[in-house]
Design a protein around this ligand. Structure first.
Ligand code: FES
Length: 102
């Protein structure tokens, strides 16, 4: 099911926002070249909100212990994280960002 998250302009380039839906938390990213991506919103290490972290290129750095993931693929990239993040398809319809969940 496609869920509308926000408008394209609601996320700055090379940044992310938190999105909560039906008791689940997601992180929605805009890359520096204006592509959009979605992952689970909580770090796989200790369930910290990644939206409080820092985007650098293809990487989201967790705010708690600086674990790193590639937010485009979900791949865990740096200790102490070793479990990949789940990713979700994103589509842009007019000026809305939507993700596919469920
Ligand atoms: S909670 Fe994210 S690296 Fe520890």
């Amino acid at each position: 099911m496609w869920i509308e998250v926000c408008k394209v302009g609601d996320i700055e380039p090379e940044d992310l926002i938190r999105f909560d839906h039906s008791g689940q938390t997601f992180a929605i990213y805009r890359s520096e070249d204006d592509e959009y991506f979605a992952t689970d919103g909580l770090c796989t290490h200790e369930k910290v909100h990644l939206a409080d972290g820092l985007v650098m290129g293809d990487i989201i750095e967790c705010p708690k212990h600086n674990g790193r993931f590639n937010y485009k693929t979900g791949e865990a990239k740096g200790a102490p994280v070793c479990v990949n993040l789940r990713t979700y398809p994103v589509s842009i319809e007019a000026d809305s960002v939507r993700i596919m969940i469920g």
